[in-house]
Write a protein that binds this ligand. Structure first.
Ligand SMILES: C[S@@+](CC[C@H](N)C(=O)[O-])C[C@H]1O[C@@H](n2cnc3c(N)ncnc32)[C@H](O)[C@@H]1O
Length: 212
Protein backbone atom coordinates (compact mmCIF):
# COMPACT_ATOMS: atom_id res chain seq x y z
CA UNK A 1 0.00 0.00 0.00
CA UNK A 2 2.80 2.43 0.85
CA UNK A 3 4.60 1.82 -2.45
CA UNK A 4 1.30 2.39 -4.27
CA UNK A 5 0.44 5.69 -2.52
CA UNK A 6 3.99 7.02 -2.86
CA UNK A 7 3.82 6.51 -6.63
CA UNK A 8 0.23 7.80 -6.86
CA UNK A 9 0.78 11.07 -4.95
CA UNK A 10 1.15 13.33 -8.05
CA UNK A 11 -2.21 12.18 -9.49
CA UNK A 12 -4.05 11.40 -6.25
CA UNK A 13 -6.46 14.36 -6.43
CA UNK A 14 -8.21 12.90 -9.48
CA UNK A 15 -10.51 11.08 -7.06
CA UNK A 16 -11.90 14.46 -5.98
CA UNK A 17 -12.40 15.82 -9.48
CA UNK A 18 -14.96 13.30 -10.73
CA UNK A 19 -18.18 15.22 -11.60
CA UNK A 20 -20.52 12.68 -10.02
CA UNK A 21 -18.78 13.13 -6.63
CA UNK A 22 -19.12 16.91 -6.42
CA UNK A 23 -22.51 17.08 -4.64
CA UNK A 24 -21.34 14.80 -1.81
CA UNK A 25 -18.03 16.66 -1.51
CA UNK A 26 -19.77 20.04 -1.26
CA UNK A 27 -22.02 18.67 1.50
CA UNK A 28 -19.03 17.26 3.40
CA UNK A 29 -17.05 20.50 3.13
CA UNK A 30 -19.96 22.32 4.80
CA UNK A 31 -20.18 19.73 7.56
CA UNK A 32 -16.42 19.88 8.15
CA UNK A 33 -16.57 23.59 8.92
CA UNK A 34 -19.07 22.83 11.68
CA UNK A 35 -17.52 19.63 13.03
CA UNK A 36 -14.07 21.13 13.56
CA UNK A 37 -14.83 24.77 14.44
CA UNK A 38 -12.41 25.85 17.16
CA UNK A 39 -11.01 22.33 17.73
CA UNK A 40 -7.49 21.02 18.01
CA UNK A 41 -7.52 18.45 15.21
CA UNK A 42 -5.34 15.42 14.54
CA UNK A 43 -5.68 14.27 10.92
CA UNK A 44 -4.84 10.63 10.23
CA UNK A 45 -3.17 9.63 6.93
CA UNK A 46 -3.71 13.09 5.43
CA UNK A 47 -2.19 12.11 2.07
CA UNK A 48 -1.97 15.08 -0.30
CA UNK A 49 -3.99 17.22 2.15
CA UNK A 50 -7.21 17.51 0.19
CA UNK A 51 -9.30 17.44 3.39
CA UNK A 52 -6.65 19.31 5.39
CA UNK A 53 -7.20 22.47 3.36
CA UNK A 54 -10.87 22.58 4.45
CA UNK A 55 -10.38 21.56 8.08
CA UNK A 56 -7.44 23.87 8.84
CA UNK A 57 -9.31 27.18 8.43
CA UNK A 58 -12.02 26.00 10.86
CA UNK A 59 -9.69 24.43 13.44
CA UNK A 60 -7.98 26.26 16.31
CA UNK A 61 -4.86 24.22 15.63
CA UNK A 62 -4.09 21.14 13.59
CA UNK A 63 -1.54 18.36 13.15
CA UNK A 64 -1.77 16.18 10.04
CA UNK A 65 0.29 13.04 9.57
CA UNK A 66 0.93 10.44 6.92
CA UNK A 67 3.32 7.53 6.72
CA UNK A 68 4.84 8.77 3.48
CA UNK A 69 6.95 11.77 2.54
CA UNK A 70 5.65 11.87 -1.06
CA UNK A 71 2.00 12.84 -0.38
CA UNK A 72 3.06 15.07 2.54
CA UNK A 73 5.14 17.15 0.12
CA UNK A 74 1.93 17.93 -1.84
CA UNK A 75 -0.08 18.55 1.34
CA UNK A 76 2.33 21.26 2.48
CA UNK A 77 1.61 23.21 -0.72
CA UNK A 78 -2.15 23.50 -0.13
CA UNK A 79 -3.67 26.92 0.38
CA UNK A 80 -4.70 27.67 3.96
CA UNK A 81 -2.47 25.11 5.68
CA UNK A 82 0.24 27.48 6.90
CA UNK A 83 -0.65 26.80 10.56
CA UNK A 84 -0.80 23.00 10.14
CA UNK A 85 2.02 20.86 11.58
CA UNK A 86 2.71 18.10 9.03
CA UNK A 87 4.37 15.02 10.49
CA UNK A 88 5.52 11.69 9.05
CA UNK A 89 4.08 8.99 11.34
CA UNK A 90 2.56 5.50 11.32
CA UNK A 91 -1.17 5.35 12.18
CA UNK A 92 -0.53 2.10 14.08
CA UNK A 93 2.32 3.52 16.16
CA UNK A 94 1.53 7.12 17.05
CA UNK A 95 4.20 8.81 19.15
CA UNK A 96 3.23 10.71 22.32
CA UNK A 97 5.16 13.66 20.90
CA UNK A 98 2.19 14.34 18.59
CA UNK A 99 0.42 15.79 21.63
CA UNK A 100 -3.26 15.55 22.56
CA UNK A 101 -6.30 16.71 20.60
CA UNK A 102 -10.03 17.29 21.06
CA UNK A 103 -10.85 16.15 17.53
CA UNK A 104 -9.61 13.69 14.93
CA UNK A 105 -10.29 13.16 11.25
CA UNK A 106 -9.50 10.33 8.85
CA UNK A 107 -10.45 10.61 5.18
CA UNK A 108 -10.46 7.51 2.98
CA UNK A 109 -8.31 5.73 5.55
CA UNK A 110 -10.49 3.31 7.48
CA UNK A 111 -11.27 1.47 4.23
CA UNK A 112 -7.55 0.56 4.08
CA UNK A 113 -7.31 -0.69 7.66
CA UNK A 114 -7.40 -4.51 7.76
CA UNK A 115 -10.46 -5.55 9.79
CA UNK A 116 -8.22 -7.48 12.19
CA UNK A 117 -6.26 -4.25 12.91
CA UNK A 118 -9.17 -1.87 13.47
CA UNK A 119 -9.10 -2.21 17.29
CA UNK A 120 -5.36 -1.53 17.28
CA UNK A 121 -5.87 1.55 15.11
CA UNK A 122 -8.69 2.99 17.25
CA UNK A 123 -6.81 2.32 20.50
CA UNK A 124 -3.72 4.14 19.23
CA UNK A 125 -5.78 7.06 17.93
CA UNK A 126 -7.82 7.44 21.12
CA UNK A 127 -4.62 7.45 23.19
CA UNK A 128 -3.88 10.80 21.54
CA UNK A 129 -7.38 12.24 22.20
CA UNK A 130 -9.04 13.97 25.13
CA UNK A 131 -12.10 12.25 26.62
CA UNK A 132 -15.14 13.33 24.61
CA UNK A 133 -13.04 14.32 21.58
CA UNK A 134 -14.95 14.43 18.29
CA UNK A 135 -13.87 11.83 15.74
CA UNK A 136 -14.94 12.00 12.07
CA UNK A 137 -14.30 9.29 9.50
CA UNK A 138 -15.13 9.79 5.82
CA UNK A 139 -14.84 7.14 3.16
CA UNK A 140 -16.12 5.79 -0.15
CA UNK A 141 -19.44 4.02 -0.58
CA UNK A 142 -19.57 0.86 -2.70
CA UNK A 143 -20.19 3.11 -5.73
CA UNK A 144 -16.38 3.26 -5.96
CA UNK A 145 -16.41 -0.44 -6.95
CA UNK A 146 -17.97 0.48 -10.30
CA UNK A 147 -14.54 1.91 -11.15
CA UNK A 148 -12.50 -0.63 -9.20
CA UNK A 149 -14.26 -3.98 -8.70
CA UNK A 150 -13.48 -6.20 -5.76
CA UNK A 151 -11.33 -9.04 -7.08
CA UNK A 152 -10.59 -10.97 -3.89
CA UNK A 153 -11.68 -11.48 -0.28
CA UNK A 154 -9.48 -12.95 2.44
CA UNK A 155 -10.29 -15.16 5.41
CA UNK A 156 -10.68 -12.12 7.70
CA UNK A 157 -13.33 -10.58 5.44
CA UNK A 158 -11.08 -7.92 3.89
CA UNK A 159 -11.68 -7.10 0.22
CA UNK A 160 -9.07 -6.21 -2.42
CA UNK A 161 -8.94 -4.24 -5.66
CA UNK A 162 -6.39 -4.24 -8.47
CA UNK A 163 -5.29 -0.70 -9.30
CA UNK A 164 -3.12 0.32 -12.24
CA UNK A 165 -0.97 3.47 -12.17
CA UNK A 166 0.00 5.56 -15.23
CA UNK A 167 3.43 3.86 -15.27
CA UNK A 168 1.63 0.56 -15.98
CA UNK A 169 2.32 -1.05 -12.61
CA UNK A 170 -0.61 -2.91 -11.02
CA UNK A 171 -1.10 -2.97 -7.26
CA UNK A 172 -3.30 -5.19 -5.09
CA UNK A 173 -4.90 -2.78 -2.59
CA UNK A 174 -6.97 -3.67 0.47
CA UNK A 175 -10.19 -1.64 0.34
CA UNK A 176 -13.11 -2.37 2.67
CA UNK A 177 -16.64 -0.95 2.59
CA UNK A 178 -17.91 -1.25 6.17
CA UNK A 179 -21.68 -0.75 6.53
CA UNK A 180 -23.04 1.50 9.28
CA UNK A 181 -23.58 -1.44 11.63
CA UNK A 182 -19.94 -2.49 11.27
CA UNK A 183 -18.76 1.07 12.02
CA UNK A 184 -20.90 1.16 15.15
CA UNK A 185 -19.54 -2.19 16.20
CA UNK A 186 -15.91 -1.09 15.62
CA UNK A 187 -16.27 1.83 18.05
CA UNK A 188 -18.36 -0.08 20.57
CA UNK A 189 -16.86 0.63 24.00
CA UNK A 190 -14.57 3.42 22.77
CA UNK A 191 -17.11 5.82 21.22
CA UNK A 192 -20.53 7.33 21.90
CA UNK A 193 -23.17 9.53 20.23
CA UNK A 194 -22.39 8.11 16.79
CA UNK A 195 -24.00 9.71 13.74
CA UNK A 196 -23.88 8.34 10.22
CA UNK A 197 -24.42 10.24 6.97
CA UNK A 198 -24.46 8.56 3.61
CA UNK A 199 -24.32 10.17 0.19
CA UNK A 200 -24.12 8.41 -3.17
CA UNK A 201 -20.30 8.29 -3.22
CA UNK A 202 -19.10 8.99 0.34
CA UNK A 203 -20.23 8.28 3.88
CA UNK A 204 -19.31 10.11 7.08
CA UNK A 205 -19.28 8.70 10.61
CA UNK A 206 -18.99 11.08 13.55
CA UNK A 207 -18.74 10.08 17.23
CA UNK A 208 -17.35 11.21 20.57
CA UNK A 209 -14.36 9.34 21.99
CA UNK A 210 -15.34 7.73 25.26
CA UNK A 211 -13.67 8.66 28.54
CA UNK A 212 -10.77 6.33 29.34
C1 LIG B 1 -6.49 6.68 0.34
S1 LIG B 1 -5.18 7.69 0.86
C2 LIG B 1 -6.08 8.91 1.77
C3 LIG B 1 -5.40 10.25 1.79
C4 LIG B 1 -6.25 11.39 2.38
N1 LIG B 1 -6.62 11.11 3.74
C5 LIG B 1 -7.48 11.66 1.56
O1 LIG B 1 -8.59 11.35 2.01
O2 LIG B 1 -7.34 12.22 0.47
C6 LIG B 1 -4.42 6.72 2.12
C7 LIG B 1 -3.22 7.36 2.76
O3 LIG B 1 -2.78 6.52 3.82
C8 LIG B 1 -1.38 6.64 3.92
N2 LIG B 1 -0.89 5.52 4.74
C9 LIG B 1 -0.75 4.22 4.38
N3 LIG B 1 -0.35 3.49 5.43
C10 LIG B 1 -0.25 4.35 6.48
C11 LIG B 1 0.10 4.19 7.85
N4 LIG B 1 0.41 3.01 8.36
N5 LIG B 1 0.10 5.29 8.64
C12 LIG B 1 -0.22 6.51 8.14
N6 LIG B 1 -0.57 6.72 6.85
C13 LIG B 1 -0.59 5.65 6.04
C14 LIG B 1 -0.92 6.66 2.49
O4 LIG B 1 0.36 7.20 2.36
C15 LIG B 1 -2.02 7.53 1.85
O5 LIG B 1 -1.63 8.89 1.83
Amino acid sequence: MREYYAARAPIYDEVYLRPERQADLAELRQRIAVWFAGRGVLEVACGTGWWTQFIAPAAAQMTAFDALAEPLAFARLRPGVERVAFVQADAYDLPESLGRFDAAFAGLWLSHVPLERSSEFFAGLHARLDPGARVVLIDNTEAQCELLPIVERDANGNSYQLRTLPDGTTHRVLKNFPPEAALRSMIGGVGANAQYWRGDHFWAFCYDAASR
